[in-house]
Write a protein that binds this ligand. Structure first.
Ligand SMILES: Nc1ncnc2c1ncn2[C@@H]1O[C@H](COP(=O)(O)OP(=O)(O)OP(=O)(O)O)[C@@H](O)[C@H]1O
Ligand SMILES: Nc1nc2c(ncn2[C@@H]2O[C@H](COP(=O)(O)O)[C@@H](O)[C@H]2O)c(=O)[nH]1
Length: 185
């Protein structure tokens, strides 16, 4: 069987991590942990949510792709994905749309891209409810990256599953159908 990487993308707060946890908890599809220079949020743990890096340690790693998002660096490594594929046929990864384009270009049909869409007002409310620091949240919402990721990029149109994540139950049901369609489960 072909190995698959389920690339979950969309703007911050659209529910990417929620879906990656659903894949882990319900289908035992592991998430590839990425690296960031961002400080941990309350409750986030090194090696579980991210590998939290300093600017120096971040620059020492080798990445398949890396991006700057709202003032912090994020990157994912081919080694981590290959290690996961040694044990599992499918894994998921949570990245911004620029990262998703990189995965689609590199892995073609083996990269199953799911783009999550939520309107700006709703996503802002969800990020406030999540407890994101107010000042940092405003900076993030105003960032070019966040604004860009509210809509699917041209490069992913027609090559991705688009889910409007207004209702988590319906979103999970749609993801379950995608797994069947892609012969992952
Ligand atoms: N359909 C939904 N309805 C209501 N709340 C939701 C829904 N989907 C996700 N959420 C909530 O919205 C918040 C943001 O979700 P999540 O952290 O999964 O987003 P994200 O895209 O991973 O964000 P980031 O990129 O900033 O890490 C969480 O508190 C989550 O529980
Ligand atoms: N291209 C990549 N994007 C990544 C990676 N790891 C996370 N992300 C995305 O960054 C933003 C901000 O994340 P947050 O945890 O600070 O809210 C979000 O869209 C993530 O999906 C990565 O390795 N590469």
């Amino acid at each position: 069987m072909d190995k698959k990487i389920i690339v979950i993308t969309g703007a911050s707060g659209t529910g990417k991590t929620t879906i990656s946890k659903y894949l882990q908890d319900t289908y035992h599809i592991p998430s590839v942990i990425t690296h960031t220079t961002r400080l941990p949020r309350t409750g986030e743990k090194n090696g579980i949510d991210y590998y939290f890096e300093t600017k120096d340690s971040f620059s020492n790693n080798h990445y398949l792709e890396k991006v700057e998002y709202s003032g912090n660096w994020y990157g994912s490594s081919e080694e981590s994905l290959n290690r996961t594929w040694e044990q599992y046929d499918a894994a998921s990864i949570v990245v911004d749309t620029k990262g998703a384009v990189s995965y689609k270009e590199k892995y073609g049909k083996n990269a199953v891209v799911i783009f999550l869409e939520v309107d700006l007002e709703t996503v802002t409310q969800r990020l406030e409810n999540r407890g994101d620091d107010k000042a940092r949240l405003q900076t993030r919402i105003n960032s070019n990256e966040f604004q860009r990721d509210l809509k699917i990029p041209e490069e992913l149109r027609g090559k991705s599953y688009v889910i409007v994540n207004n209702n988590i139950k319906i979103t999970k049901e749609t993801v379950a159908k995608i797994l069947v369609n892609e012969k992952i489960k």
